[in-house]
Design a binder for this molecule. Structure first.
Ligand code: UD1
Length: 425
């Protein structure tokens, strides 16, 4: 059972230096599940999603959709959605808790002709603007204005119209917004400089199964021929490559040997290549990989980049590994401007890291030491868990509300691999 509903006073205690061994099953991807769930606003026939991770974020998206009028039957990882949205205004109390709530804007507009969505608030990893989502709505014929903290989009009698969207930068969320809205527009939409992340591909594949006409899936340029309506569909959420990468590092950082199942290793190609260069052994199979490491990690410089580059969502976890590497590593964060919040906490554990704007210089130490630390965001919390797994002594990790947004049954999965981990007040 995930304990994300528990109070925020809980902490995770980890006693480190245990080699992790055994096998772990990776859950469905949070970042794929969230936009897929938002499709329930435009698929008004029987819609089933399988392999949905049970997380604070997916529960929140579920509540947001229920509040809009969608009925959801949630049985283990299988969700059945039915009904149409009954209102066009998303709840401020829910949206402010999760930035990805912006994903309901396009589908709500497509379904209701108007959509009123609160501006998602700031975020620990940068300002995270929504201008590209707005650009998408306008390119597809919507009128967009801002009033009292809401984005209000509306359509004329002509409805959604196909258009040309030339993204000035690659955005996962804005590409997803464009797909979810353009599939129901009249005529053709062309998207240039689209995000190619596996989660975007998963969304596009599900839409095509429901009768949409999207071409160029997995490339920079997408062509969408609008359809009148979407049909019933059942779809299984792609597995979580970020969770898989996190467990791979858990194996390497503890000099362990872990089989990571239920994955598509192709979605992790760049990460796996780099992990190998740092001295880990990675054996790749069709739906799994085995990661082991018997030496202190070697250094390898990394910069984050949109897919297929090194994922920003694995940057913090990779830094934990490099914190104990033999030598100096440079890590450059190119996607978000403030994504080194884990650094001061790693310093508390004895790491030697300095940050200059978007670049961190890590001088590997032989051993990290257990300490009391505070997670600042989702991936930072995993970084601290990994550091604690390798550290001498016991660490106390606070700020679990972030962790619970994105890792399903984490303590159980790590305990099964031999970690000494417990959650308590
Ligand atoms: C998604 C992921 C997140 C991941 C990120 C980058 C989900 C729910 N979250 O976030 O885990 O870290 O992709 O892989 O899928 N930007 C703008 N204007 C916009 C939108 C984005 O300038 O309207 C900028 C962002 O500030 C950032 C860059 O574009 O610098 C990429 O962000 P984006 O890909 O949109 O991230 P998200 O979709 O929010």
């Amino acid at each position: 059972m995930n304990s994300f509903t528990n109070n925020n006073l809980e902490k995770i205690y980890i006693t480190g230096e245990k080699k992790l061994t055994g096998s772990v099953n990776i859950s469905g991807a949070k970042n794929a599940a969230l936009p897929l769930m938002a499709l329930s606003l435009i698929i008004n026939k029987d819609f089933n999603l399988y392999n949905v991770p049970d997380l604070a974020d997916t529960r929140l998206m579920s509540n947001l959709l229920i509040d809009l009028g969608i009925a959801i039957n949630w049985r283990k990882g299988n969700l059945n959605f039915y009904g149409k949205p009954k209102k066009d205004e998303a709840s401020y109390d829910l949206v402010r808790q999760m930035r990805a709530s912006i994903l309901v804007l396009g589908p709500l507009l497509a379904s209701k002709g108007t959509a009123k969505v609160p501006l998602p608030g700031g975020c620990a990893i940068g300002s995270r603007p929504i201008d590209l989502h707005v650009m998408v709505m306008e390119a597809l014929g919507a009128n967009v204005k801002f009033d009292s903290g809401f984005i209000i989009s509306s359509l004329s009698n002509e409805g959604l119209k196909g258009g040309v969207i030339n993204f000035p930068k690659v955005s996962v969320g804005a590409t997803e917004s464009a797909l979810m809205t353009a599939v129901l527009a009249q005529g053709q939409t062309k998207i240039f400089n689209a995000a190619k992340e596996p989660e975007v591909t998963d969304l596009a594949n599900c839409l095509n199964k429901a009768g949409a006409d999207i071409k160029g899936i997995g490339t920079d340029n997408l062509i969408i021929n609008g359809v009148k309506e979407l049909n019933q569909v059942s779809h299984s959420v792609v597995s979580d490559r970020i969770e898989a990468g996190s467990f791979a590092i858990a194996s390497s950082i503890t000099k362990g040997n872990v089989e990571i199942n239920n994955i598509n290793p192709k979605n992790l190609t760049e990460f796996i290549n780099i992990l190998k260069l740092t001295g880990s052994k990675v054996e790749i199979f069709e739906n799994s990989m085995n990661v082991s490491c018997s030496q202190r990690p070697k250094t390898f410089n990394v910069y984050t980049d949109p897919y297929p580059g090194f994922p920003t969502d694995l940057q913090a976890q990779y830094m934990a590994l490099m914190a104990i590497a033999n030598g100096k590593t440079l890590i450059k964060e190119t996607i978000f401007e403030n994504r080194f919040m884990h650094v001061p906490e790693l310093l508390r554990m004895g790491a030697k890291i300095s940050v200059n704007h978007q670049e961190a210089e890590i001088n590997g130490v032989k051993n990290l030491k257990g300490a009391k630390v505070m997670a600042s965001d989702l991936r930072a919390s995993m970084c601290l868990i990994l550091a604690a797994l390798a550290a001498t002594g016991t660490s106390e990790i606070d700020g679990l509300n972030h962790l619970d947004r994105g890792y399903e049954n984490l303590e159980d999965k790590l305990t099964n691999l031999g970690a000494i981990i417990k959650r308590s007040n």
